[in-house]
Each structure stands twice: as structure tokens, then as C-alpha cells.
Design a protein around this ligand. Structure first.
Ligand code: TRP
Ligand code: SF4
Length: 364
């Protein structure tokens, strides 16, 4: 019998959108890497979620998924410390999604803010589909099937975690395991869990908001793939320097002799996130006194970013040169995920009266 983990369980996921940028790193990945030691972590690339909006053209799924995976490993997710897998490699997510759909009122899904917003924003795609309406419920299944305690996400995902909690509560109200049923399965909730020893099937997961370091892109707006203002985790040093050169600065600092203010400058924001205290001090001093020029200041920001990207790119190369390694990681990750998901599904089927078996005296 494996010793039950006393660590709380974390699950989070990303869509397979292709290569990641610095905003993805400070907004999510950096936090995940930190969590690996403290929690039992599951990180999933949600390929089915990608199909909810991009069903018309799945041609780049594999390429995009491998790129996300390489960036995860590059950023420091360590397969020895966390479980890394692909959603569709654990088909039980679909089974739980189906069963949860039975108890989920339509209104709950229609009310999710991202539903109307995305339909507005993605006018070029026809999102009047069953799959798109149901995708927050698929996300709930992703989370609940691992009986996760904590879900690190950005602000935009909070409504989805709230839905997940509501669905868990409703499921637990309708169905729960009798003590006898629970006895048939190894205790799935670790001793650290508040529901440990109780009969509820699903714990209500907590959203853990990533401390929102607002990372500006090169045009001063939020760094985002759709604005074409990103610095990619794979950008080599010359590209990073090239991209920073035309970056927007304090608009009041027109001439080299004008003093500026790093607190209203996107380059100043980059320094706050990536530079050392010493560099920060030199930036504040030099900018406010017009002692430094923006070109020099940007080169210091580039130094700090390159210093973070270098070790990532070395790690990425190791995996790129060795694709076998990547598929082995996925194999191991999905078997572990299937094991945990399978145990939950046994409980789910049992509590819902789906664990059919012959009557006791059926012997002939
Ligand atoms: N919906 C999330 C997004 O668009 C991705 C996601 C899917 C997810 N399943 C998840 C995030 C489970 C956290 C937990 O970013
Ligand atoms: Fe921005 Fe640096 Fe120029 Fe000041 S010196 S305005 S912080 S780029």
C-alpha cells in the first residue's frame, strides 16, 4: 500500500497554444514551479479544451502541444516532482464530464461570464456549440477527477472554479459514499484533507490567484499573443535585445535630457519584475535625474531577462535533442493520472449507483 500523501493536491492546466511567452511565465508557470515542492501537483495540457474553440482546424494540435510541454520543462517543471500529462490521454475526464452534465443546470453554464464574452470576442468562429457551452464543466471535471484542493489560476478563471465548487456541492448533495462503499476503496483523500474520513466524493477546490504581476509587452499593453508584443521563452539573446529597443517608455521623457519616472514606464515595470535591487536603484536614480538614457536602461532590462531565459533555453535544448525523453514523461504522467482518476471514477460510479454487479446468489 502506498503511503497516502499528506500534501495538499494541486491541479492546473493550459491550452496547447504553442510556444509560451514571458507573460505566461510570470503569470502562471513561475508559480507552478514554486508549488512543486509544497504540493502534490498535476499539470495538464488540455487538448480537448482547444477543440471547444478551434474545432474547425485541429491541424496544429500536436505541434502546439509539444511546444507547450517543452516550455513547461524548460521553465523548470520537474517530472520527478509533479505529474505532467495530456487531457485526452486520460479519457475518464470525458466520462466525468458526461456524468456531471446530468446534474448541471443550463443556467449555471449560460451565466459564466466568459461564455458571452468569448462569443462576442471570437466573432469569426461559430461558438454556438454544445461543446463550447459545456467547456467550464469539462474544466470542473479536470479538477474534480483529481479531487484537487487547490487550483492556481489567473483572475479570468475564477468564475470557472466557482462553478466547479457549485457542481461539487451539488454532486455531494445528491450522491455520497456510504461508509461501506468507501471501505472498498483506498482512502482517496489524503489525511491533510478536511474531508478525510468523510463520505463526500468531491472536495470543493480553492482557487489560488497567481499574484498578478502585470507584465507589459513591448508596446506597453499587457503582454499577449494577440497583440504581437511578446517576448518568447525561446527568443535568443539578440532577439530579446532587438524587441526591447523600440519599447515604449515614459511618454514625458522625450529628450535624453528630460528626467523620467520608472513608475509610469513599461520598461520600469520590467525592471521591477526581473531586475535586482541594485539595478532597480540605478534605474530610479538615473531615470529621475536624466543621468541614464533609455537605451542603456533597456539594455539592463534585457540583461535581466536574458539571465532568466538562458537556463530555460539550455533545458529546452536538452529535451529537443531527445524527443524520446518527452514522450516517456508523458507516458509516465498519464499512467499516474489515469490511476488517480480511475480511483475517483470508481467512487463516482459507486455513489451514483452505476457499479452494477450480479446478485449475491447468482451462482449456477
Ligand atoms: N480553462 C483554462 C484556460 O483557458 C484551462 C484549463 C482547463 C484549466 N482545465 C483546467 C485551468 C483545470 C485550471 C484547471 O486557461
Ligand atoms: Fe523608462 Fe528607463 Fe527610460 Fe526611465 S530611463 S523612461 S525607466 S526606459
Amino acid at each position: 500500500m502506498p503511503i497516502p500523501s499528506t500534501k495538499k493536491r494541486v491541479l492546473s492546466g493550459m491550452r496547447p497554444t504553442g510556444k509560451l511567452h514571458l507573460g505566461n511565465y510570470v503569470g502562471a508557470l513561475e508559480n507552478w514551479v514554486r508549488m512543486q515542492d509544497e504540493y502534490e501537483c498535476f499539470f495538464v495540457i488540455v487538448d480537448w479544451h482547444a477543440l471547444t474553440t478551434d474545432y474547425a482546424d485541429p491541424s496544429r494540435l500536436q505541434e502546439n502541444l509539444v511546444d507547450v510541454l517543452l516550455d513547461w520543462l524548460a521553465a523548470g517543471l520537474d517530472p520527478a516532482k509533479c505529474v505532467i500529462f495530456i487531457q485526452s490521454h486520460v479519457p475518464a475526464h470525458a466520462e466525468l464530464h458526461l456524468l456531471l452534465s446530468m446534474i448541471t443546470p443550463l443556467g449555471w453554464l449560460e451565466r459564466v461570464p466568459t461564455y458571452k464574452e468569448q462569443k462576442e470576442n471570437l466573432k469569426e468562429k461559430d461558438l454556438n456549440t454544445y461543446g463550447f457551452l459545456g467547456y467550464p464543466l469539462l474544466q470542473a471535471a479536470d479538477i474534480l477527477i483529481y479531487q484537487a484542493d487547490v487550483v492556481p489560476v489567473g483572475e479570468d478563471q475564477v468564475a470557472h472554479i466557482e462553478l466547479t465548487r457549485e457542481v461539487a456541492r451539488r454532486f455531494n448533495q445528491f450522491y455520497s459514499l456510504t461508509r461501506q462503499q468507501r471501505g472498498r476503496f483506498p482512502a482517496p483523500l489524503g489525511p491533510a484533507h478536511p474531508l478525510y474520513g468523510h463520505n463526500a466524493v468531491f472536495p470543493e477546490p480553492q482557487a489560488l490567484l497567481t499574484p498578478a504581476a502585470k507584465l507589459p509587452g513591448t508596446d506597453g499593453r499587457k503582454m499577449s499573443k494577440s497583440y504581437d508584443n511578446t517576448i518568447m521563452l525561446t527568443d535568443p539573446e539578440p532577439v530579446v535585445r532587438q524587441k526591447l529597443k523600440p519599447m515604449v517608455t515614459d511618454p514625458a521623457r522625450i529628450r535624453r535630457t528630460d528626467p523620467g519616472n520608472p513608475d509610469v514606464c513599461p520598461v520600469g515595470d520590467l525592471h521591477k519584475i526581473f531586475s535586482s535591487k541594485e539595478t532597480m536603484a540605478r534605474v530610479y536614480e538615473g531615470c529621475r535625474s536624466a543621468g541614464i538614457g533609455c537605451i542603456e536602461c533597456k539594455s539592463w532590462a534585457a540583461d535581466a531577462i536574458v539571465k532568466i531565459l538562458n537556463p530555460m533555453q539550455e533545458r529546452r535544448k536538452k529535451y529537443e535533442d531527445n524527443p524520446r525523453l518527452v514522450w516517456d514523461i508523458l507516458d509516465a504522467g498519464s499512467s499516474r493520472a489515469r490511476e488517480v482518476a480511475g480511483a475517483t471514477m470508481n467512487e463516482v460510479r459507486d455513489s451514483m449507483g452505476l457499479a452494477y454487479k450480479p446478485a449475491k446468489d447468482f451462482t449456477r
